[in-house]
Ligand binder design. Structure first.
Ligand code: XMP
Length: 507
């Protein structure tokens, strides 16, 4: 197990993902909540940070239980921290150092830089620079602008690097992490999907025994993989509920239900479309739509969960990014559904014990775990789809007619992406029904009909995203198909906005 101490960098989760890619388990903890039991960690990594070590409020945890006692790697802020508080000097640099650079010097015969040579591309992102190294250290690498790009403390396994090995643009970043964790720290590479499945199934069996578990399936990757794991552990004692909120993609309810049955899961499909559409009638405000859908879901799910007698557990597909304690106090949208309710008014299903078999996994790991259990590739490769579904892709109020139009448009777009071999190159795609009508001509008639926007983005986590440069021929064909086949639409546009400053969804 490896400990990553988070100083608030936007890249901290990436460090963890790179470490996990080496089949090494790691945990992220905030710098100000150092775990009490450090004996379980074989190595420690200090992350980057938006802070400057020169600022008065700079994070300055006591590392005396770590430094010199375990292999330690400081990245960016971590490297400056180790310099600044040990007699080195860190100063604001004249030129802010962002983006790619190449190593212009690498110390020879240095295990830390094994298989990494001069010229290797690294990614810099810092405003401060280490002007002078502390005593008893050795410079290990430089770039053109950054003399002290890497150094180590003599007589201990403490290393520091100014660049970010965790971002893909640092070409040998993974090799460097491997050098440090595997060859220097001697951490075992045993964190594999198969091992995870084996230990998790065992643990679930022990924890749940013969109790009944309820799980809400969404058709998405996380809830599906959670269900399969539980099914392996407790078989028929797992009761899955899949609610049709009437805002799914065309035929999705039937198709997904069918797929689940093929997997041997015990799934009850509940078609509550009418109830959701009723709750949404006349609602235009995006947040009110989300609330209305959330409330309707709770009512439907609560009703259904009562039909499972003596259920003791509620399973959720929560994943690691939702549970990492964040350094900034912003909280974020992952605060659980529970916080919206005072305890007395909790729906009954929320009084169940919660089991979250995926809570230590990143999304890409969930996919790998799913694959190792034989979950269908097309299911694992499905694009993310928002819980409120098409409701937040119909701008303005929602009617059954608008849902039907958008389902048709979306199906043409998504099926087209699949036919053209583009689906897997896109992180998320969908169509948006705009609240404007525009003039067109069809035959000799003037029309006054709806406009739809198509959106396709590439991303790794949805936090940042860029529009995908889809082939013009594909856009041309798709636009033609939509306008010719979907009654009520006479104009198609393609969204070319990145996130930030735009968002992926339009509401
Ligand atoms: P934005 O629009 O914020 O979306 O760039 C980022 C990712 O989050 C999804 N999204 C949601 N998912 N409930 C969800 O379950 C929501 O209310 C919601 N809003 C946005 C969006 O589809 C994208 O993947």
């Amino acid at each position: 197990n490896v400990l990553i101490l988070d100083f608030g960098s936007q890249y901290t989760q990436l460090i963890a993902r790179r470490v996990r890619e080496l089949n090494i388990f790691c945990e992220i903890k905030p710098y100000n909540h150092l775990p009490e039991d450090l004996s379980i960690y074989k190595a420690v990594i200090l992350s980057g940070s938006p802070f400057s070590v020169r600022a008065e409020d700079a994070p300055h945890p006591d590392l005396s239980q770590i430094r010199g006692k375990k292999p330690l790697l400081g990245v960016c802020y971590g490297a400056q921290y180790l310099a600044h508080f040990n007699g080195g000097s860190v100063e604001g640099s004249n030129t802010r150092e962002y983006g790619r650079a190449n190593l212009s010097y690498v110390k020879e015969n240095e295990p830390f830089f094994d298989k990494i040579s001069k010229g290797s591309q690294v990614w810099m992102s810092h405003a401060d620079t280490i002007k002078q190294l502390p005593e008893n250290t050795t410079r290990l690498a430089s770039t053109h602008d950054v003399e002290n790009a890497a150094y180590k403390f003599e007589g201990e396994e403490t290393y520091a690097i100014q660049f970010h090995p965790e971002v893909y643009h640092s070409t040998d970043g993974k090799q460097l992490l491997e050098n440090f964790l595997v060859h220097i720290a001697g951490v075992a590479q045993t964190w594999t999907p198969d091992a995870f499945v084996e230990t998790t199934v065992k643990e679930l069996k022990r924890k749940i025994g013969q109790d009944k578990v309820i799980l809400g399936l969404s058709g998405g990757v996380d809830s599906t993989v959670a269900a399969i794991l539980l099914h392996k552990a407790i078989g028929k004692h797992l009761h899955c509920i899949f609610v049709n909120n009437g805002l799914l993609r065309k035929n999705e309810f039937e198709d997904v239900l069918h797929q689940y049955k093929d997997m041997g899961l015990n799934v009850k499909g509940v078609d509550a479309s009418a109830r959701f559409l009723d709750a949404l009638a006349g609602v235009s405000d995006p947040e009110k739509k989300r609330k209305a859908i959330g409330n309707a879901f709770i009512e439907v799910f609560d009703g259904e969960s009562h039909l499972v007698e003596d259920a003791k557990w509620l399973a959720q597909g929560t994943i690691y990014p939702d549970v990492i304690e964040s350094v900034s106090a912003t909280g974020g949208p992952s605060a659980t559904i529970k916080s919206h309710h005072n305890v007395g008014g909790l729906p009954d299903f929320m009084k169940l014990n919660v089991v979250e078999p995926l809570r230590m996994l990143f999304k890409d790991e969930v996919r790998r775990v799913g694959a190792s259990m034989g979950v269908d590739k097309t299911l694992l490769g499905r694009h993310p789809f928002p819980g409120p579904g098409l409701a937040i892709r119909i701008l303005g109020d929602i009617t059954p007619e608008k849902v039907a139009i958008l389902q048709e448009v979306d199906a043409i777009f998504i099926n087209g992406l699949k036919e053209w071999g583009l689906y897997d190159k896109v992180w998320q795609a969908g169509a948006i029904l705009l609240p404007v009508n525009s003039v067109g001509v069809m035959g000799d008639e003037r029309t006054y009909e709806k406009c739809v926007a198509l959106r396709a983005v590439e991303s790794t986590d949805g936090m940042t995203a860029d529009w995908v440069n889809l082939p013009y021929e594909f856009l041309q064909k798709t636009s033609n198909d939509i306008i010719n086949k979907v009654r009520g639409v006479n104009r198609v546009v393609y969204d070319i906005s990145s996130k930030p400053p735009a968002t992926i969804e339009w509401e």
